[in-house]
Design a protein around this ligand. Structure first.
Ligand code: KIV
Length: 272
């Protein structure tokens, strides 16, 4: 699937599912789950690399993880999810040439088919237009844009009429610039619905209510593995607890076997 085919999903009312992946194991889970799009999100800075924000992750690290994601797929290429990779902080804010080089590096060396960029200011629109002119599809990202955490915080955005109007206008500009879809993060659901109804390209929400063309989630949040669970993304299972209990049972069993060497070794592991 090429990125602009997602616009067809919106036209026919097919909800779009987007899940993050950061390595071959997470990619294989997300592919098997049937997600339409895999996002190699810069949230991997926190989820995988232990940073407090997305700011420290580098282009080299994003590429390293995008390559691992590609190696995790097992279906034929035509059946694999579409891969979108985040352009990390400072890889596109310093101008169009740098952005083309960064995005091109991801497309040239990994399974990445499109990049995601945060913001809707005029400088960002210029970058997006240049990328698209160079044949690189772009997904926009408005609302809570984590690369601007020091300006916005992690709180809900667009709470007043002026900032709501600004986000609506920016979304329209992103569509005009040629983005094939936009992520709207942590904004009021009424604003999300309004933008969805005014745009032809799909609106993918996270913490933006149900009135979207699709939803995106950080896979580690859904699996209950994240250190900090965002208030708008509920865990489906207590993954961390389940994993710790399983590992602890194994550790305890090894310790028990060491002190009771006659115990049947065939009992050590289950028959998965
Ligand atoms: O980096 C990421 O995982 C994201 C999603 C939260 C949309 O940008």
């Amino acid at each position: 699937m090429i990125p602009k085919e997602l616009i067809r999903f919106k036209e026919v009312g097919k909800p779009i599912t987007v899940l993050t992946a950061w390595d071959s194991i997470s990619a294989s889970l997300v592919e098997a789950a049937g997600a339409d799009v895999v996002l190699v999100g810069d949230s991997l800075a926190m989820v995988v690399l232990g940073h407090q924000t997305t700011l420290p992750v580098t282009l080299e690290q994003m590429l390293h993880h995008a390559k691992a994601v590609g190696r995790g797929f097992s279906k034929p290429i035509s059946e694999q999810p579409l891969v979108v990779c985040d352009l990390p902080f400072l890889s596109y804010q310093c101008g169009e040439d740098k952005a083309v080089e960064a995005a091109g590096t991801l497309l040239k060396n990994s399974c990445t088919a499109a990049v995601k960029i945060e913001g809707g200011e005029s400088e960002i629109i210029k970058v997006i237009k240049r990328l698209i002119k160079m044949g690189i599809p772009v997904m926009g990202h408005l609302g809570l844009t984590p690369q601007s955490v020091h300006q916005l915080g992690y709180t809900q955005q667009a709470e007043d009429k002026i900032s709501q109007q600004r986000i609506l206008e920016q979304a329209i500009e992103l569509e005009k610039a040629g983005c094939f879809s936009i992520v709207l993060e942590h904004i009021p659901s009424t604003l999300c619905g309004l933008i969805k109804n005014n745009l032809k390209i799909p609106i993918i929400g996270i913490g933006a209510g149900e009135d979207c063309d699709g939803q995106v989630r950080v896979t580690a949040d859904l699996l209950g593995l994240s250190e900090k669970q965002p208030p708008f993304s509920k865990a489906l299972i207590p993954g961390k607890r389940i994993c710790i209990e399983a590992l602890k049972a194994w550790v305890d069993q090894q310790q028990h076997l060491a002190t009771n060497p006659t115990t049947e070794s065939s009992q050590q592991e289950s028959d998965y």
